[in-house]
Design a protein around this ligand. Sequence first.
Ligand SMILES: [Zn+2]
Length: 157
Amino acid sequence: MREHDKIRELLALAAADALTSAEQEQVAEHVRSCIACSNELGAWRPIASELRRLPTPQPSSWLVQATLARAEAKITEQAERDWNRRVMIFVLSFAWLLTIASWPAFHFLSGRFGTLLGPPFSHTWISFAAFTALGWLAGGVAAVMLAIRLRGERRLA
Ligand SMILES: [Zn+2]
């Protein structure tokens, strides 16, 4: 995992042939076994070759602008994807935490009233299933709302 992160930072430079041969070797070896990095490198290559094609004496400014804009869009898109993944992990952990944290309280309450309604064992399991679903729903909704708000703030920043 650590190597994957290290290599990922080098991919743009690798596409531009701007690494030392040892680094280039390291990247090549990782890319052979990592589809994510391989795709990432593939996405950088056309941008890098476009950069190389820029006329050296007097780069026409629209080409520079267009290439820079594409590189920037690529970086933004990548940041967005990382952010989405972090939000997803947060949503899942939040839903789980909510379920786990509030289950004992619910169990206690349903234990007091549940005995009136039928066999305690099956009642407990039905409650647990219903409660888990509710916990996930509430956690998911709360986390998604939070995510939308955070994203709005991020856009403004
Ligand atoms: Zn990788």
